[in-house]
Design a protein around this ligand. Structure first.
Ligand SMILES: [Fe+2]
Length: 157
């Protein structure tokens, strides 16, 4: 049985994690406003998680006989999320992060399905943990945006 589709999928997961890692640093550095301390810390927590994901996914690719992409240009051309050269407001940074996590979770779920049909339990186990973590983060980001939306309505009233 060929692992090629799983390896290709994992390289896209890796590419997304590399782009997220840099993008979350950008937000960590550039966030401003009332929620600075909260978001500066949260973005750091997220890029730290992606540092672990990058290494785990790359080493899984090697474990199943593939080769992880190794350059930033390959990561950018392979990723299903894009980098951010803008300087969005804090709430917009959270919203874009939520969108990225959603795109990444969908991509990972696609690889899980391929790994399941290839009988690749190790990849399924690794990706299940990553997808579970992203889903929990998405719930929290949505809760944050509800609070931010309520505050904006209150200020407008
Ligand atoms: Fe820092």
């Amino acid at each position: 049985m060929s692992n090629n589709t799983v390896i290709t999928g994992l390289n896209t997961t890796l590419a997304n994690a590399i782009v997220s890692y840099q993008k979350l640093h950008h937000y960590h550095w550039q966030v401003n406003g009332e929620q600075f301390f909260e978001l500066h810390t949260k973005f750091e927590e997220y890029y730290d998680k992606f540092a672990v994901i990058i290494d785990d996914v790359a080493e899984r690719i090697l474990t199943i006989g593939g080769s992880p992409l190794g350059t930033l240009s390959e990561a950018l051309s392979t990723a299903t999320i894009s980098e951010d050269s803008e300087f969005p407001k804090a709430t917009e940074m959270v919203s874009r992060t939520l969108n990225d996590f959603s795109t990444q979770t969908e991509q990972i779920q696609g690889v899980i399905a391929k790994a399941e049909s290839a009988g690749d339990r190790g990849t399924v186990n690794l990706l299940d943990g990553i997808a579970d973590g992203l889903e929990k983060d998405m719930w929290m980001l949505k809760a944050f945006l509800k609070k931010a939306g309520a505050a904006a309505e209150k200020n407008a009233a």
